[in-house]
Design a protein around this ligand. Structure first.
Ligand code: SAM
Length: 206
């Protein structure tokens, strides 16, 4: 089971681990003394894979995870529009990874919703500062631009063109049958199609 993003977050996301504790990227910890290590939550937080995949690959690229586990890395790949291939020595984990990957659409929307809220909050604080006479227009002062697609005030001209995308479709690529017992038999791969994100995706008026 994957950690899920929650709305209370600071930073990019705030994760609710299956162990019950909330985890931030700067405070990640996981007990190695668990009786059953297979029941532990994701091996590392989603946001780590998410950030690295955004930094080092492009939309439509392929991400290979030779140690698939519960599929955290490939979930991050899918919600950022990368296709994925994974291998895993334990058959049961492939099933779990498949379930996590194929059901990741709401998580992708949730992450963008959190970003939207964080941006709105930032803009409101900025506006408040300006009303107190703190910030001159154009130098941290009131927004000069508007992003029509996201229906957001933005600070710079470049942000007018900013578009976000979410997963439209994840198609699993079925493998030809491979001899049982071979590591290659525990594989999965998928291709992702994205569509534009709009504020309606998170129930906000468009
Ligand atoms: C730390 S977990 C991987 C976490 C995963 N990359 C993710 O994003 O969630 C390591 C996984 O590698 C698997 N593994 C170990 N040796 C392997 C091998 N030789 N071939 C394939 N998988 C292997 C383990 O069963 C374990 O599930």
């Amino acid at each position: 089971m994957l950690p899920v993003a929650s709305k209370q977050g600071r930073g990019l996301f705030h994760l609710q681990g299956t162990t019950g504790g909330e985890r931030l990227i700067e405070e990640v910890s996981q007990s190695a003394s668990s009786q059953n290590p297979r029941s532990r939550s994701g091996a590392f937080p989603l946001e780590l894979a998410y950030r690295l995949i955004l930094m080092y690959s492009l939309r439509d690229d392929w991400v290979l995870d030779p140690f698939l586990g519960t599929g955290t890395t490939l979930v991050a790949a899918a919600i950022t529009g990368r296709n994925g291939v994974g291998y895993e020595v334990e058959e049961g984990l492939v099933k779990e990874a498949r379930k996590n990957i194929l059901s990741c659409k709401p998580l992708g929307v949730q992450i963008l919703e959190d970003r939207l809220h964080a941006h709105r909050q930032f803009m409101a604080q900025r506006e408040a500062k300006q009303n107190n006479g703190g910030l001159p227009k154009g130098r941290g002062g009131s927004p000069s631009y508007w992003n029509e697609t996201l229906r957001l005030p933005v600070v710079t001209r470049q942000e007018i063109q900013l578009r976000w995308e979410v997963v439209q479709l994840i198609e699993e690529i079925l493998q030809p049958p491979i001899e049982k017992g071979s590591i290659l038999s525990n594989a999965l791969s998928f291709q992702v199609t994205l569509r534009p994100f709009t504020p309606e995706d998170c129930g906000l008026p468009f």
